[in-house]
Design a protein around this ligand. Structure first.
Ligand code: AMP
Ligand code: MG
Length: 417
């Protein structure tokens, strides 16, 4: 008899057995989607010099104090400074440089007049209002100060992070190594994607789906294709995969059927099974085992269960191994917009679609929702979490939803499931 454990206990067990891999230095060009193994420290001030935030004129504010509609003040323009250029001279009384956005402020200038606030006259311009010292200046260090820690290690690198790394000249960056992952689909009924259907057979959809789930995490993988339900052959392949990877994901064969060989394979390999029954639907048979510091994810063959098992257990483990400190799928509250009346002996994860409506986020199940469903995985953009209960849930109930496909995770998992 298998002993079911709560979902959050299963997640904790997986996380406790996932350990951070070494770090490696990679080119910034390859850094998108990786996880920082070093904090980003400001190597210099940003901006690195006082500069103009507008296209306009650099002046001495003191020269403008008497400017009014009735008494315009005239300035002589002594040159122009485009971004990337510098003004050669210090400005003197009632002199100005024409200056463009991003250009270094010339000596003695302490204010910038926007072009829109000036009237052109011979040899220069006039203004009809005064400016304060430091008005319209983008100051050295206002964005970041040299030495400041701006982003912590363990953060995922997204396009904004790349911008910051580029700003400081990080041509290379230290990131967590990505786990080596193998995928094996088991089941004598499985056909390849391009095979014609035959009686009793179905196409392997879990393998390609898992590849997609890994791809959206920017994690490369090795696919061992499909295996017939044959204990010896399967054991060999799982063993080979284990030797070549940090994580082996299998689908199918973890249940208690006649041809479900994964439990026997774990035994033959001397793997320690962390759990083989979780209080969840779909995917209650999801099994996770460890050999040394390698993890074996035995996901159910049922497509919805396979999908959910990956998102709940495999994904956070992969992120933790890369050194990520926000490994969990983000969640939020939404209002159930449709009844879901099936009673749940276990926590249920319902493939669903959420939308923002005028009175807040609404969520509806994405259609046919049995564990063997594949259509609802394609339609859904989230998973509704329905705690176990003797009754179903009525429209209008506030529920937790797990947001799928988000790049940025969170630091903790839902605690009550
Ligand atoms: P199992 O977990 O092996 O008992 O399989 C449960 C159900 O999922 C069965 O209906 C299988 O035919 C189906 N199944 C198993 N593997 C896959 C797969 N790779 N792609 C799609 N369906 C699968
Ligand atoms: Mg099977």
């Amino acid at each position: 008899m298998r002993k079911p454990i709560p979902v959050n206990e299963a997640v904790t067990l997986v996380m406790d057995h996932s350990s951070k891999l070494q770090s490696e230095e990679i080119r910034l060009d390859d850094a998108y989607g990786r996880i920082l193994a070093e904090p980003i420290i400001a190597r210099h001030d940003v901006p690195p010099f006082d500069r103009s935030p507008y296209d306009g004129y650099a002046i001495r504010a003191i020269d403008s104090i008497d400017a009014t509609e009735q008494t315009p003040v005239h300035f002589n323009v002594i040159g122009d400074i485009g971004a990337g250029h510098i003004g050669e001279q210090a400005i003197r009384a009632f002199e100005a440089y024409r200056i463009m956005t991003g250009a270094l402020l010339p000596e003695n200038a302490d204010a910038v007049v926007m072009l829109e606030d000036t009237t052109e006259i011979d040899e220069g311009f006039s203004i009809t209002k005064s400016f304060q010292p430091n008005e319209n200046i983008s100051f050295q260090g206002e964005d970041a100060k040299k030495g400041e820690e701006l982003i912590e290690a363990g953060t995922i690198i997204h396009p904004g992070t790349i911008a910051l790394l580029a700003t400081f000249g990080y041509g290379k960056v230290r990131v967590g190594r990505r786990p080596k992952v193998s995928i094996i689909a088991t089941g004598t009924e499985l056909l390849d994607v391009e095979d014609d259907l035959q009686p009793g057979k179905i196409r392997n959809s879990n393998g390609p789906m898992l590849q997609g789930q890994l791809e959206r995490m920017h994690i490369p993988f090795q696919s061992f294709g499909m295996m017939e339900d044959d204990l010896d052959a399967c054991t060999k392949i799982v063993e080979t995969a284990l030797n070549e990877s940090d994580i082996v994901i299998t689908t199918g064969g973890v249940s208690v059927g006649d041809y479900d060989y994964l439990p026997a394979i774990y035994e033959r390999l001397g793997a320690k099974v962390l759990f083989d029954k979780v209080m969840m639907r779909p995917g209650s048979v999801t099994t996770v085992a460890v050999v040394g510091n390698k993890l074996l994810f035995g996901l159910s063959g049922n497509p919805s269960a396979c999908f959910t098992g990956f998102e709940l257990f495999t994904r956070p483990a992969l992120i933790k191994m890369m050194g990520g400190t926000e490994p969990f799928v983000p969640h939020m509250k939404a209002t159930l917009a449709e009844d879901f009346l099936k009673a749940n002996p276990f926590t249920r994860f319902v493939r669903a679609i959420w939308n923002m409506e005028a009175d807040g986020p609404k969520v509806i199940p994405a259609g046919f929702n049995k564990s063997n469903a594949v259509s609802s995985i394609a339609r859904g953009n989230c998973l509704i979490v329905l705690p176990k209960g003797t009754e179903g849930y009525r429209a209008g109930t506030e529920v937790d939803i797990l947001l799928l496909g988000e790049e940025q995770g969170v630091g903790s998992f839902l605690s009550e499931i």
